[in-house]
Ligand binder design. Sequence first.
Ligand code: FMN
Length: 253
Amino acid sequence: MNDTIKKQLDHRSIREFKNEPLPKETVDLLIEVARRTATSSALQASSIIIITDPHLKQKISEISKQEYISRIPLFLIFIVDQYRNNQIAVEQGVITEAASGMDGFFRSFTDAVLMAQNVVTAAESMNLGTLYIGSILNDTTTLSKLLNLPPLTFPVLGLAIGIPNQSPALKPRMSMELRTFENQYVRYENYLTKIEDYDEHLQTYYDLRDTNRRVDSFSTMVFKRMQNPNLRRSEILNVVATQGFDLKVKPKE
Ligand SMILES: Cc1cc2nc3c(=O)[nH]c(=O)nc-3n(C[C@H](O)[C@H](O)[C@H](O)COP(=O)(O)O)c2cc1C
């Protein structure tokens, strides 16, 4: 097995970093990896905002309700960015709905996520720790203002990178038998039975975030999440619209 795959199989989210900034060459290299990532139609319609301002980190940490964000050495926010290409079209006299439509939005979204994961793989290959921060989306209105996002852009994902200052256990995953299919999707009669072993296994995981409490079984975790969805996140589509995107279902021509 090569070293990259070893690192990928050893992935674990890191939530405490050493208080050491990353050397500029490391940051530049990670950004170069993002640049080389595959991109839909080669349009490169995603961007990265590097958050260096401590005050801004603090504000985003409040949005995310995760205090460790204020201490992240390198904090990247990946964004959907149709603004740049729209301007390039406008400057050539083309007024188009392409940049604001559903297809453009999801292409950009996918590009942003792929860049982020490519950066994670590269960072982990350098023994750096990483953490995705989806909770930046708890308040996309405030976040968009803080980042001065123009129309046709939207935040997708935060990513923390730094030298790990903790050694969390490897978090168990369910069997890929449940998540991999040949040719066609397979539905099972009873999923609770199928995940019985995993439910038990997950509870052996030692979660550094809340050491006083045994982690929930997977079925309990799903139950709680489904029963208590994050309502603020249901407003995301409104903010997507405010940012100038039109993701509505269009009648067939
Ligand atoms: C899209 C996405 C968003 C995430 N957002 C957060 C977050 O806001 N805060 C956090 O502590 N972890 C976040 N995580 C990390 C997950 O909780 C973590 O990957 C999961 O529990 C599995 O643990 P592991 O990465 O250590 O294997 C996120 C992961 C992904 C993929």
